[in-house]
Design a protein around this ligand. Structure first.
Ligand code: UDP
Length: 484
């Protein structure tokens, strides 16, 4: 009986963005395969988009996982906005809903599950939420914070007051010299901080999310980070000194390519046949992720650089890449000019594409999942960060690991530089050197996932520590809201 009571049950709430849902689903699967019961909660919007992308409006994304024996339930909540609302076009309104409204819906759902008599032990929620520790406390649950970005980015946000105190953030005449006082971070240039930390306006809705979520994260019982100890040793050690912090990445589906859980918010185009026609390492994969926008001017310059480079390319061009009210931002002449050596599609299975032998480089916005996936596939990176953590991620790739280069040395993108850098990444001695470096870093990721590897060990340690804490918590009286 006691054994049964101890089977941990987590309510898992991912941030409702593609790049957060994907690793959250895979973490949920890993925990379920280690004996957790998971109730996974998507917003109505994410659920609706996923169903639409699959042309199956009754989709339960975990039905196959359940059929294979995992105990993963699926629930949905409102984020406060209608499902058809254009979140891409109205970004601030979307973020404001996540900041102010989503928690009320989550609280209602958690309360319902707890009151149904289900035994629930914790909330696992994205670190960027501003409310998990409060909801967890209300229902007598533990809070496991899930950080989907590098530990370096976590450290910058965690120490935002230190940045402010030292004049690198949130003041007039910001310092431009090297930042060397963040615990565990030897040195970082101001230009390599996340975009929000480089802005002079520091009261936006995203800033409020950052300040409030990192205040809340201080109350987390455990923090899981999708990184690898050997990649960020100093930063992780400093965080581990402060709190129970576990590097458990890279979090991929078993077998990497296919997952039994669908997570795409857009329908995939199949590009395998086209890739099959291209020789090994000859194709540049181009994608700016699921969320960031590119100015039309930069997009056209990149297009012209691709044309000039003569390299074959596969370009994922989301319909809202410039803006969802400008669905066709590329000049028609460009498409004609590159017709024989390119494929342009709205969305693909990126892990399938990156695993294809024809891919020899990745022009990326430097989303953290993209970097981990590309490194896993030993594909060097051409870095074009656009916002949020992407600038800091770029630093790791270009300065620390040397597995890629910048698309542009200046803010202004020009086609000649784009073309030169594509060729520098893909061909000749320089290309061979990047491939060598990325193979080394891949080995580090691979080692971390072996039975004795750091991420496997950290995951085991987390589960041990978590179970011990459940036992400890079970001895304490429950808050009254749990017993009503
Ligand atoms: N992705 C995909 N197909 C695409 C583009 C992206 O499957 O055409 C996936 C990609 O594999 C990654 C995620 O979407 O797992 C994007 O996350 P990332 O952190 O790279 O960037 P974000 O979208 O969060 O900016």
């Amino acid at each position: 009986m006691a054994e049964n009571r101890r089977k941990p049950h987590a309510i898992f709430i991912p941030y409702p963005l593609q790049g957060h849902v994907i690793p959250s689903v895979q973490l949920a699967m890993k925990l379920a395969s280690q004996g957790f019961t998971i109730t996974f909660v998507n917003t109505h919007f994410i659920h609706h988009q996923t169903c639409k992308a699959q042309s199956n409006m009754d989709l339960d994304i975990f039905s196959k996982a359940r059929a294979s024996g995992l105990d993963i339930r699926y629930a949905t909540v409102s984020d406060g906005l209608p499902v058809e609302f254009d979140r891409s076009l109205n970004h601030d309104q979307f973020m404001a809903a996540l900041l102010h409204v989503l928690s009320a819906h989550v609280e209602e759902l958690v309360g319902r599950i707890v009151r149904s008599g289900e035994s629930v032990h914790c909330i696992i929620a994205d670190t960027f939420f501003v409310w998990p520790s409060k909801i967890a406390k209300k229902f007598g649950l533990l809070y496991v914070s899930f950080w989907t970005e590098p530990a370096l980015v976590y450290s910058l946000y965690y120490h935002v007051d230190l940045l402010r105190l030292n004049g690198h953030f949130g003041c007039q005449d910001r310092r431009e010299d090297t930042i060397d006082y963040i615990p565990g971070v030897k040195a970082i240039e101001p230009k390599d901080m996340t975009s929000y930390l480089q802005e002079s306006e520091t009261t936006s809705v995203c800033h409020q999310i950052i300040y409030n979520s990192f205040n809340d994260a201080r109350n987390a019982d455990f923090t899981l980070c999708n990184t690898v100890e050997e990649l960020e040793p100093g930063t992780l050690r400093a965080l581990e000194d402060k709190m129970p912090y576990y590097a458990i990445g890279p979090i991929f589906p078993d077998g990497f390519i296919k997952s039994s859980v669908v997570t795409n918010l857009w329908s995939e185009s199949d590009c395998t046949q086209w890739l099959d026609k291209n020789s090994k390492g000859s194709v540049l994969y181009v994608s700016f992720g699921s969320y960031a926008h590119v100015t039309k001017k930069d997009l056209v310059e990149i297009a012209n650089g691709l044309a000039l480079s003569k390299v074959s390319f596969l370009w994922v061009l989301r319909p809202d890449i410039v803006s969802s009210d400008d669905a066709n931002p590329l000049p028609e002449e460009f498409k004609k000019e590159v017709a024989g050596r390119s494929m342009i599609i709205p969305w693909c299975s990126q892990r399938v594409v990156l695993s294809h032998p024809a891919i020899g480089g990745f022009l990326t916005h430097c989303g953290w999942n993209s970097i981990l996936e590309s490194t896993w596939c030993q594909v060097p990176l051409l870095c074009f960060p656009l916002l949020t953590d992407q600038f800091t991620n770029r630093k790791l790739v270009v300065e620390d690991w040397k597995t890629g280069i910048n698309l542009s040395s200046k803010k202004l993108i020009i086609k000649e530089e784009v073309s030169n850098n594509i060729n520098r990444l893909m061909t000749g001695e320089s290309g061979a050197e990047f491939r060598k470096k990325v193979t080394e870093v891949k080995k580090t990721l691979e080692n971390a996932l072996t039975p004795k590897g750091s991420s496997t060990q950290n995951m085991a340690k987390f589960i041990n520590d978590f179970n011990a804490k459940i036992e400890e918590t079970a001895q304490k009286p429950k808050p009254t809201s749990n017993s009503t």
